[in-house]
Design a protein around this ligand. Sequence first.
Ligand code: NAP
Length: 354
Amino acid sequence: MDINVVRGPTQVVVTGSTAGIGHEAAKQFCALGAHVIVHGSSLKRTQKAAQAVQEAGSGIATPIHGDLSNFTDVREIANQIAKALKQVDILILNAAMMYGPDPSDASYRPRVFGRPESDFIAPGGQDFAFAVNHYGQYLLVRLLMPMLNKHANVVFLTGIGNWDGNLHRVLTEVRPRWDLLHIRHNAYQSYFDSKLANVCTARALARRLGNQAQAFLLDPGLVATAISLDRNSTYFQAEHYKRRTFPTVKHWTAPPEVGGWAIVQAGFMQSATARHLDYVAPFWLPRPWMGLLLKLHRAGYDHIRSRMGGGHHFPQVYQKLTFGGMHQTYGPPCPETAQEQLWALSAQEVGLPP
Ligand SMILES: NC(=O)c1ccc[n+]([C@@H]2O[C@H](COP(=O)([O-])OP(=O)(O)OC[C@H]3O[C@@H](n4cnc5c(N)ncnc54)[C@H](OP(=O)(O)O)[C@@H]3O)[C@@H](O)[C@H]2O)c1
């Protein structure tokens, strides 16, 4: 991939670019001269982030804020984008949240059980994490479809957790009530389900975009970010998470700017073959290794379920051994019928025709 092809006013939207890899990607897009929409849920954080993005380069940073769990906000985000940009060349669907830290972390239970019930429910009554990570972005991409450049890249952020999503749960109209105390210990599964929903949606969208614009998935690998952090914590505000960088023995996380670079590369990536991209990652493993790692990964989660902790970072450790340029790899299955079912269910949920 030749990043030098970036000339002129490339118009980029990065959802969730106030922190983490989205923020780093926005800065890098701006450094390449792009006009970048910087987005986050809070006005204050989004304005501050846009200022940092603006200072990172010669492009333009426009802040647009709105909570993706709130579909009125999402419509307003789309309106604001339509006012700020003539078209969208690169759309990065990056924003996401999860209920608390990784479940192997000792603070998972106190932090998740300590949350008020309202944290689990979106304004429309849906599961909050699923609404942010899936419905909100689904609605946004549907509203922005007419603005997509015919050669646009639409990149959905996913991750190895998508293999742990449950298609049956994703396709049920009534999602589990994680606000109920007795099932809160499984609330992290909402994130995995939403990442599997991203897989299904990206593929359904790719079919609708036809031969020109492409929609595909990016797994950035394990990156040190703020995804499980309380935005009011000093740890988040002082950006301490950025110091947990690759290669630490415990997590082998990549620094956020490396994850950001993976996003930028995906934003400009073209398929080397006649087929469109489906799933890309900044690491590569031969298929049998990947199979083995996924087995270990699953074993890791069984481990967590039996509360012995740890173990599940294995796949990421191996991923990091092959970290480097972008590769085409493969994601979990989501049959076309399931993709279409989710597309229709989601349309109904957000108030759009199928
Ligand atoms: N970090 C990893 O290791 C990893 C691995 C695999 C996949 N991913 C994927 O990478 C993407 C970015 O994650 P990250 O790790 O960079 O997380 P992060 O640091 O927490 O950043 C998440 C971004 O999403 C925004 N966001 C969260 N809730 C929102 C809401 N309700 N409405 C609007 N925006 C919201 C946040 O903005 P505000 O806080 O300002 O609202 C923030 O800008 C996610 O899709 C994640 O699934 C990450």
